[in-house]
Ligand binder design. Structure first.
Ligand code: HC0
Ligand code: SF4
Length: 579
């Protein structure tokens, strides 16, 4: 072991440790901005983690960046000298020299790592602010989902690292030199035309307001406040187990009831549940899968994750024929809200606007797909990320912590099974599908409903499941994160594996860690486990646990769709992809 002192305190360090990690282990705070420990990212570009070292043997004082300076035996490290504090303040001032000064109008106001840092160093003036330079930086708003505002970028490169090393998309690069060295899309393209798939993982790690979603809160409010319109809201399986964190509740708190009350309070007319549509998707996708198995087409990929669909279209168009044609739960519910619901309630479809709350940025891309609209009007009128919905509630003066929970009261599309609920975590769609497939094939329910062999957190998991009947054992795989997805898609294209059914979720962890969910300062996906456990708990405590036993789903087929994959169901609930 290595022995050194930090601020006079004896500290033991590991071989190859940096000064920053050693200080942290000893509970000594050193400010950082670009660094992100969870993804092992220490580019050393912000230079706010400076400390002073004194080497007695050389009687030398030296300022170094602690994030990339290794510990050495006998080092004397000082983190709070006047020299260090002044350097840190200067570094933050230099960062602010090329950064918009309009914090009050930024979506990160009050939740920004640069603001935190300015407070830590006691920044009181911005002597070097160069308005002309800052305002000349690019704002790329070409994409329906992700906006990249280089006027707020601090060049930490976390986005580049996550996109490259975790998602394997590698859409982002550093380009330019000197003060013009900036994050851009590869080959100078704009977001819309680049290889970006809108997964939003870069947004989750951005410390400032440089990356964010297209803000559509006003559009949603315009619908809600228009007395001529009937507004329908839906929220995704994963939202209810993460949304409470936006209001300071512990990770994994289930706030479904509070969200329903909040929606009523702001004046939404009809509150539906995407979980219900997840059950419908299982009916459609399940029968589709059986038909494909009968005809020998394999594997079938799930298609409910829109960043995965983008990824397939942009990066692997050859794989598109293998994607399930069933629309995603978001789109199924929106379509039914403008067909089935008006028929049941006697309202005009023209007057209905569907707002969906998703833990996802790519759902905004999905909503504007031309094939997911009727006569030029999108089925989903506006998608808000979990973050936007929190901002909307704040604008309406609502604190979720102080609102009484209530229940759904819509008789047509709000009931859900445990199978629908588990869609929100990796492996959930597969588990839900197997529960129903087994019952359809064998005319009886699975003995053991919790398919624990499908659960877990490894990037790719595979299992063999006995479906009984003519199909017997089938091979399935569950994959989350796009690096892993790339690997599995390539093994399929190279005919190295023979899976029957593959679930893909683009975000590591699945929707519980979606790119539209709460950003956690200085950490990447810290809440995954807690959110996931609550999702499984919802399943455990739901009366009905299989999609085909959902009474409202049965009524939908009896009264409207006739049968899964009927002509009407195929027309309304299935789609196609484009290369
Ligand atoms: Fe998901 Fe979905 S599970 S993609 O992660 O399938 O966003 O939560 O809403 O549509 O249901 C996200 C979450 C959804 C959809 C569902 C699917
Ligand atoms: Fe990369 Fe996803 Fe960000 Fe696009 S949204 S740049 S694919 S991390």
């Amino acid at each position: 072991t290595i022995s050194l002192t930090i601020n006079g305190k004896e500290c033991l360090a590991y071989e190859n440790e940096t000064l920053l990690t050693c200080a942290r282990r000893h509970d000594i705070y050193v400010p950082t901005l670009c660094e992100l420990d969870d993804i092992n990212h220490t580019p050393g570009t912000c230079r706010v983690c400076v400390v002073e070292i004194h080497q007695a043997c050389k009687d030398k004082h030296q300022i170094v960046t602690s994030c990339n300076t290794p510990v050495r035996n006998g080092m004397e490290v000082l983190t709070r000298t006047k020299k260090v504090r002044n350097m840190q303040k200067l570094q933050v001032e230099l960062l602010m020299a090329d950064h918009l000064q309009d914090c009050a109008t930024c979506s990160r106001h009050g939740d920004c790592e640069l603001q935190d840092l300015a407070q830590f160093v006691g920044l009181k003036e911005n002597r070097y602010f160069n308005r002309q330079l800052t305002e000349s930086r690019e704002v790329d708003d070409s994409s329906p989902s992700i906006i990249r505002d280089m006027r707020r970028c601090v060049r930490c490169q976390r986005c580049v690292a996550v996109c490259r090393n975790y998602q394997g998309v590698d859409a982002l690069v550093m380009s330019g030199t000197g003060i013009d060295r900036l994050v851009s899309l590869r080959d100078g393209l704009d977001q819309l035309n680049s290889t970006c798939v809108s997964c939003g993982q870069c947004v989750l790690v951005c410390p400032t307001g440089a990356l964010g979603e297209r803000d559509e809160i006003d559009k949603a409010l315009d619908f809600i406040c228009d007395p001529e319109l009937t507004t329908v809201i839906q929220f995704a399986p994963a939202v209810r187990v993460a949304f409470g964190e936006e209001f300071g509740m512990p990770a994994g708190t289930n706030v479904e009831g509070q969200m329903i009350s909040a929606c009523r309070k702001i004046g939404v007319d009809i509150i539906l549940d995407t979980n219900f549509a997840a059950d419908v998707v299982i009916m459609e996708e399940g029968i589709e899968l059986l038909n494909r198995l009968k005809s020998g087409t394999k594997p079938t990929f799930t298609s409910c994750c829109p960043a995965w669909v983008n990824f397939a279209e942009i990066h692997y168009p050859d794989i598109l024929p293998l994607l399930s044609s069933t629309k995603s739960p978001q789109q199924v519910l929106s379509t039914l809200s403008k067909t089935y619901l008006p028929e049941k309630m006697g309202i005009s479809p023209d007057k209905i606007r569907v707002i969906s709350i998703m833990p996802c940025t790519a759902k905004k891309d999905e909503a504007v797909r031309p094939q997911l609209s009727q006569d030029g009007r999108p089925d989903t009128d506006v998608v808000l990320t979990t973050r936007e919905f929190a901002r909307l509630l704040r604008r309406e003066g609502i604190d979720l912590k102080h609102i009484e929970p209530s229940s759904f009261d819509d008789p047509y599309m709000s009931e859900y099974s445990g199978a629908g609920a588990i869609f929100g975590t990796t492996g959930g769609v597969m588990e839900a599908a197997i529960r129903t497939l087994y019952a359809v094939i064998n005319d009886k329910e699975l003995d053991e409903i919790e398919l624990t062999q499908l659960r877990g957190f490894e990037g790719v998991r595979s299992a063999t499941v006995d479906l009984g009947g003519p199909f017997g054992k089938v091979k399935v795989a569950m994959c989350h994160g796009l690096s892993e997805t790339r690997t599995i898609v390539e093994t399929i294209l190279n005919r190295e594996t023979d899976f029957d059914f593959i679930e893909i979720m683009a975000c590591p962890g699945g929707c519980v860690d979606g790119g539209g969910s709460l950003r956690s300062k200085k950490s990447y996906l810290p809440q995954a486990q807690a959110r996931r456990e609550t999702i499984y708990n919802v399943d455990r405590t739901t009366k009905v646990r299989q999609s085909h036993n959902n009474e409202q789903v049965k009524s939908l087929y009896k009264d409207f769709l006739e049968a899964p994959n009927s002509e009407k169901a195929r027309h309304l609930l299935h789609t196609h992809y484009s290369d």
